[in-house]
Design a protein around this ligand. Sequence first.
Ligand SMILES: Nc1ncnc2c1ncn2[C@@H]1O[C@H](COP(=O)(O)OP(=O)(O)OP(=O)(O)O)[C@@H](O)[C@H]1O
Length: 255
Amino acid sequence: MSRLEARRLVIDIPGRGDGRALDVCLEPGQVWGVLGPNGAGKTTLLHTLAGLRAPRSGQVRLDGRPLSGLGRRQVARRLGLVFQERHDGFPATVRETALIGRHPYLSPWQMEGAEELRLAEAALERLDLTHLAERLVGTLSGGERQRLAIATVLTQAPALWLADEPTNHLDLHHQTEVMALLAEEASAGRAVMMCLHDLNLAARWCSHLLLLYPDGEACWGSAETMLVPAALEALYGQRLATAWVDGAPVFVPAR
Ligand SMILES: Nc1ncnc2c1ncn2[C@@H]1O[C@H](COP(=O)(O)OP(=O)(O)OP(=O)(O)O)[C@@H](O)[C@H]1O
């Protein structure tokens, strides 16, 4: 189990004021959704929390220690990242790509063994990719690539997931499967923070929400307290109609 903490954190968005400093702690069992309009800083926040970008001020702490003082391998054993942008390096198969998830645990020239392979195969199976294991990544569809990115982090088995729009490119069934998987990870004592554009997925699956406004203002708390139609309408500059389905609110843009 691990925890990731933002202390008085101000993300660095060029030309923007500081807004509200973030004091947020991602704890075992929690599923956080980060909501906000285009350009609000969701990806920048995730990259800052992952240690890939320096904050303007404040600190990110992983298990009580400043993230900036930890080695990348140490971080990668605890923190898994699903990025929005992916660039193919050398040509690799789906299975080889999933196995990259085990690299933080192997010494530089150590080959993956039976246990690594077992974890990768289980992750591919979970993401419905077993039939594509031998395929080159470059030949995959957008949704298949997205599922592979998630399978690679599942193979990595981190205590903390940071996922940037994990349901991007996914059909309805796979959106639900991925959200269920992330919720299951949290139920097993891990923790998830993800950027989402779909309010309804956030309402259904997230325990906590962080609302990021384009001027750097922010508010956060349990999902029930954050899913206030007026606050969401202000966030997106969009009127919403609300209905209830299966005990969760459903938001639809109103004309
Ligand atoms: N290197 C940079 N130089 C200047 N501006 C930048 C730079 N990187 C990001 N930005 C700006 O910072 C803002 C936040 O970008 P970010 O990608 O974090 O937004 P986002 O909330 O994830 O948006 P989206 O919903 O469109 O994915 C945007 O206005 C973006 O143009």
